[in-house]
Design a binder for this molecule. Structure first.
Ligand code: AKG
Ligand code: FE2
Length: 285
């Protein structure tokens, strides 16, 4: 997870004009390096401007091992029957592939999940460049992780997500529950792991890269607390029982998102991150 690089408008225009004029991406990167950009910075900028995965430009990307990486199936509007429920697809975006899903969880399931999570809440952490978990001023909520299949309720929700997205349960990380109070937020970030970070190999050794996220709203904050996608000017309202699903490739700048500050009341969410390969669930934290 990292912040988006700031790109000067003249540089953005030059990259677009040069590639549109028929010059290769390699030629653009070479010219940038000749004018003083370091190789890593220039790859990141070009990937962002051209909206292509960073790995496509990364000559050092490790070859995928074992089984090929999988992708999620994007739920299709208007409605899906999952696990005996009618889940409404109320909004669809193409880039990033994003869906707003209503009625994914019942009010009882939301309440029960909060009850199971509450006694284990701790200040939420982020993963730093070396793969270590750390307290981070950008993420001020409290949270906890369930292990895969930890309780009958967790199992039921995991099975529902697996059916909804056509991806085996073992490709999911343990469900994370987060609790935000007024003023608390999660500043803009990506959920995919940055291959340029030294900890990338360790973080993705099991399960590979993240490919999609599902943020489920367990209550309705009185004000604030939506999930914003600043690159596409979208804010999803936090509504109990509904969810926002979004999928991405590595380096996808359009998947930038934030948990907006809660203004009044509180906010509870459960996040499921999906991986391209089977993921060994972490033990209780
Ligand atoms: O709180 C939100 O709405 C977003 C949460 C999020 O981005 C995450 O858990 O990765
Ligand atoms: Fe996120």
């Amino acid at each position: 997870m990292k912040s988006r690089p700031a790109i000067r408008p003249e540089l953005r225009d030059w990259i677009l004009a040069t590639t549109h004029a028929g010059h290769s991406v390699e030629a653009v990167l070479k010219l940038m390096q000749e004018t003083g950009y370091d190789p890593r910075q220039s790859r990141s900028i070009v990937a962002t401007v051209l909206n292509i995965p960073l790995t496509a430009l990364d000559t050092h990307a490790p070859a995928p091992k074992g089984q090929p990486g999988r992708r999620t199936r994007h739920p299709e509007a208007p409605q899906l029957a999952v696990d005996g429920r009618a889940v409404d697809v109320t909004l669809s975006v193409e880039s990033p592939a994003l869906r707003v899903l209503n009625n994914l969880l019942s009010a009882e399931e939301c309440e029960a999940l909060i009850r199971e999570a509450q006694p284990r809440l701790q200040r939420a952490k982020t993963v730093d460049g070396t793969g270590k978990q750390q307290i981070d001023a950008r993420r001020t909520s409290e949270g906890m992780f369930f292990t895969i299949g930890e309780s009958p309720l967790v199992k039921r929700i995991e099975q529902r997500i697996a059916t909804l997205l056509s991806l085996p349960i073992d490709h999911g990380e343990g469900l994370q529950v987060l609790h935000y109070l007024p003023g608390q937020q999660y500043e803009p970030h990506y959920d995919w792991f940055d291959p340029e970070q030294p900890g990338f190999a360790a973080i993705t050794a099991k399960g590979g890269q993240r490919i999609a996220s599902l943020v489920m709203y367990l209550n309705t904050p009185e004000a604030g607390g939506g999930t914003a996608f600043p690159e596409i000017g979208l804010t999803v309202t936090a509504l109990r029982g509904s969810a926002v699903y979004f999928a991405y490739d590595t380096g996808d700048a359009a998947s930038l998102h934030a948990g907006l500050p809660v203004l009044k009341g509180e906010k509870w969410i459960a996040t499921k991150w999906l991986r391209e390969r089977p993921f060994q669930a972490p033990s209780r934290r």
